[in-house]
Design a protein. Structure first.
Length: 443
């Protein structure tokens, strides 16, 4: 790259940061100092031409990578034909085709239907609406450490207070919370092996003390918690929820916005426990970063409200639907699930070695390629590594060419959401950078 062109690109980046500081709300997070110029697969280039390996993946929205050729081609074709009518005004085939593709991913003998929206949070809101209308009940139960979005209802469902909920109340009524089995940090006096039974009993106690089961419309749960810190529930917890929902006529909503589309090694994370949702919430990697989400579920629930009761102006936009259909084609023709398994094995092996090597790693955990490291001051006490030190590790990775983001109720978890299509060389280089950064930090 010529020095003049590099200077021009760099100046553009500086301008963008100044504009952000002056005109963008400071409430919008800035996880890095990068100003992106372009990207391809699992690589970003900033405004100065510096290359970064992307372990953030648009916060899990890019399982098929940045600018996949099939997605780009689909967007170009669609942009020349139709950009918007609103599906409420005039139908178009791709909306229904995306719904069909989604329905066919659910391994259920019961008829399935779907509806499309813009974001994960919007899909969660509509799943709750559908469950309430179908059951004619009002209460909804979510779980500790959960994250379901940033709208008012979703904030109420979330199981984390700072910084997400502080100062934004009052919150939506008729939302209750039960404990989630976080085996690395169990309640005092509870053996991690007993967490499934403990959490299910606490849920039953909630029905005895707070809200009757016969007034509960839905339980909403992540099969692997995302923002909570990639917490994998203990064995048989999801099955226990399914059984309790069946016993009491409660709709089981499974939120796979972050864990879906192969992230855990299966198309949906709920498949690991062979548990079927009544309603499934999806988003993020559904359309390779285009704004598209969905609720997929039993036809009798999806059809319960009258026409016009769900939907939205932009939900299922033609461009986003074209991208989603390209994503399904990529999964079918490029064996993405097999690639996800390969990525998972590499990351798991390296992370497990990091846990043995570095004193600040309390736990290496995850499911498939959805893996994380929980950072602590002391492995015995499990005291969380302070967030300023976690941020320093992330910033040091950035300087060396790795984009990484955090999670966890203490902001002390490093999580990996790299594209599942990442090249082996880039994956290993990124893991080498992380290892070097952790080694430097521990000196």
């Amino acid at each position: 790259m010529g020095s003049r062109l590099k200077a021009q690109i760099g100046a553009h980046g500086n301008t963008a940061l100044k504009q952000r500081a002056k005109f963008v709300s400071s409430g919008v997070a800035a996880y890095s100092s990068i100003v992106v110029d372009h990207a391809q697969n699992a690589t970003l280039w900033d405004s100065e031409g510096k290359k970064y390996i992307d372990f953030a993946g648009g916060i899990g929205a890019l399982n098929v990578g940045h600018c996949h050729p099939k997605v780009v081609s689909a967007l170009k074709r669609q942009a020349a034909k139709l950009t918007h009518t609103s599906f409420h005004v005039a139908s178009y085939s791709d909306y229904a085709a995306v719904c069909e593709k989604l329905c066919r991913t659910i391994p259920s003998p019961l008829p399935q239907k779907a509806a499309l929206f813009n974001s994960g949070a919007e899909a969660v809101e509509n799943a709750v609406k559908l469950a309430r209308f179908f059951t004619r009940r009002s209460a909804v139960i979510s779980f500790g450490f959960a994250f379901h979005g940033r709208t008012l209802l979703c904030l109420t469902l979330n199981g984390r207070e700072k910084v997400l909920k502080s100062g934004f109340g009052p919150f939506a009524p008729e939302i209750y919370r039960a404990p989630f089995p976080y085996s690395y940090r169990p309640p005092a006096g509870i053996n991690p092996k007993d967490l499934t039974e403990y959490c299910l009993e606490e849920l039953k106690r909630l029905w005895q003390s707070e809200i009757p089961a016969n007034q509960t419309a839905a339980l909403i749960v992540e099969p692997v918690q995302g923002e909570g810190g990639f917490i994998v529930p203990t064995p048989k917890f999801l099955k226990g929820l399914r059984e309790l929902c069946d016993a009491h006529g409660i709709v089981l909503i499974i939120d796979e916005v972050q864990s879906g589309f192969g992230r855990t090694g299966k198309f949906w994370a709920f498949e690991h426990e062979e548990v079927l949702p009544d309603l499934l919430v999806v988003g993020k990697s559904l359309a390779a970063g285009m704004p598209l989400s969905a609720v997929v579920g039993r036809s009798e629930i999806m059809d319960a409200p009258p026409a016009g009761a769900i939907g939205g102006t932009y939900g299922g936009n033609p461009l986003a639907c074209a991208a989603a259909l390209a994503v399904f084609e990529i999964f079918e023709k490029e064996n993405i699930l097999n690639k996800a398994g390969s990525v998972a094995k590499t990351v798991q092996a390296r992370f497990n070695s990091f846990q043995k090597k570095f004193s600040i790693i309390g736990e290496s955990r995850g499911l498939g390629a959805m893996r994380a490291l929980e950072l602590v001051l002391d492995k015995k006490t499990k005291a969380p590594l302070p967030v300023n030190q976690v941020k320093q590790i992330i910033a040091d990775c950035e300087k060396k060419g790795l984009l990484l983001i955090k999670a966890g109720i203490f902001d002390n978890v490093l999580r990996t959401l790299m594209p599942l299509t990442i090249e082996d060389a880039d994956l290993n280089e990124g893991l080498d950078i992380l290892e070097e950064t952790l080694e430097d930090f521990c000196l």
